[in-house]
Design a protein around this ligand. Structure first.
Ligand code: HEM
Length: 206
């Protein structure tokens, strides 16, 4: 039976996906300038840099993804048609003979995110969008590191389906916004909060 709280007033057209890209471009660029990310994208990148990146990203991703999925109602999750990426990340760690360092996960700052469906979806936009740049990074790493990179399931999460998956996600986002299920301002605020959280965490990791 449909969630009775799921009927909303349709909203005038807004390209929420585009608005999100514009609103978060600055913080995304700041993340790209962080030393860990610069190293990953350099032509002198090593397997050790990739391994270090995996250890760093799991400390941020594991609690963040868990918190966001826990907050989201089943119907919205189904509409967005997204899947958790933590299993892929853990598989990449295992492939490199590494494991998540729980004590480092505990030391990460708390996520400060308003309790709303919009803010949660904004946070999930950050995790889903990261698969776009992830594919580019995976290609770069394969070029400079070679076979020892392994399968890089997390970075290249959707593989050849990356564009199709992103199209599906952004269409669902815009559809939910047009139906009034999502409040664009809340989604954008959530995305900015999560991007800022990721930046703060990455800055702390040395
Ligand atoms: C070295 C680090 C990074 C690089 C080089 C990078 C690169 C990119 C590139 C090239 C795109 C656009 C791809 C396209 O339009 O097809 C993109 C999109 C995106 N990335 Fe990153 N990225 C990095 C790190 C991150 C991180 C850590 C996150 C968040 C956890 C993130 C979140 C996003 C999001 C949300 C988008 C989608 C933007 C949109 O079109 O709405 N990125 N990234």
């Amino acid at each position: 039976m449909p969630d009775p709280q799921y009927s909303h007033t349709p909203q005038p057209h807004l390209d929420l996906a585009l608005a999100l890209r514009r609103a978060t471009a600055g913080i995304h660029a700041e993340i790209e300038r962080l030393p860990l990310m610069v190293r990953l994208n350099s032509e002198t990148v090593t397997l050790e840099d990739y391994r270090y990146y995996l250890q760093a990203i799991v400390t941020i991703h594991a609690p963040l993804e868990g918190a966001l999925y826990e907050r989201l109602d089943a119907e919205t999750l189904q509409r967005l048609n997204i899947q958790p990426k933590l299993p892929a990340l853990l598989a990449d760690l295992e492939e490199q003979g590494l494991e998540a360092q729980t004590h480092r996960i505990m030391a990460m700052p708390m996520l400060m995110l308003p309790e709303s469906r919009g803010a949660t979806v904004g946070g999930l936009y950050v995790l889903e969008g990261a698969t776009l740049g992830g594919r580019t990074i995976a290609r770069h790493l394969r070029r400079f590191i070679g076979e020892s990179l392994g399968t890089s399931r997390f970075l290249d999460f959707h593989g050849q389906q990356t564009s199709a998956a992103w199209k599906g996600f952004t269409s669902a986002l815009n559809g939910l916004s047009a139906e009034g299920v999502l409040t664009p301002d809340a989604v954008i605020a959530g995305a900015l909060a999560v991007f800022t959280h990721v930046h703060t965490c990455l800055e702390r990791i040395r």
